[in-house]
Write a protein that binds this ligand. Structure first.
Ligand code: CTP
Ligand code: MG
Length: 181
């Protein structure tokens, strides 16, 4: 395998996940107010998702991730999200899927007694990936299986935690987040 091929695969993996890489920080800058769970509690008496997951965050984040995906979609003439007119669904699934994963992550965190802002290693870094993949597998399976081949999937699993770490340190430094994770 040549170095060139490796770089090509890394950029392909990055482009495929780009809508989710934009929708997540998009939710953070949204300053959403209304919690997705509307302050409701789950059967265990704890919040379903908590105050950190807002409707505004889902909305603004999904739109920003979608726009970022559409921009590269046209710039690259339809690749890697499939045909130039067919790619919108896939872009939307990756964008919203990232936030869906983040929501599921918070659901799990509340169930195991991790308060808002607390850490859950591995899932905190990869929820965005799993959320996108789950939605793509359900709603766009052929494209998902063609696009996220095992090597591409492995690259995504490696680069996402790195990008997550870098983004969170930046968000902390510019005081967008209170903690550097
Ligand atoms: N955010 C939002 N809506 C979302 C996701 C994030 O409004 N769907 C905003 C919230 O202000 C949140 C911040 O982005 O506090 C940081 O996101 P994140 O780290 O995912 O949330 P936490 O506050 O850490 O909460 P949790 O423990 O539930 O992950
Ligand atoms: Mg957090």
């Amino acid at each position: 395998m040549t170095l060139e091929l490796i770089f090509e695969m890394i950029s392909r993996a990055f482009l495929l996940m780009l809508p989710a890489y934009v929708s997540s920080p998009g939710a953070v800058i949204s300053h959403g107010k209304i919690p997705v769970d509307r302050k409701k509690k789950f059967f265990d008496g704890k919040r379903i998702f908590g105050d950190g997951k807002t409707i505004g965050g889902l909305f603004i984040g999904t739109i920003l991730g979608f726009l970022a995906g559409v921009a590269i979609h046209f710039a690259l003439r339809g690749t890697p999200f499939s045909g130039i007119y067919g790619g919108f669904l896939n872009i939307g699934l990756i964008s919203f899927g990232g936030l869906f994963g983040d929501l599921m992550n918070s659901f799990i965190k509340r169930r195991v007694n991790i308060e808002r802002g607390g850490k859950l290693p591995v899932l905190d870094q990869l929820n965005v990936v799993f959320g996108s993949w789950i939605l793509c597998f359900i709603f766009s399976r052929n494209w998902f299986l063609e696009s996220f081949t095992p090597p591409i999937a492995i690259i995504v699993l490696i680069i996402t935690p790195i990008l997550h770490r870098v983004a969170n340190i930046i968000a902390y430094k510019i005081k967008l987040k209170d903690v550097p994770w």
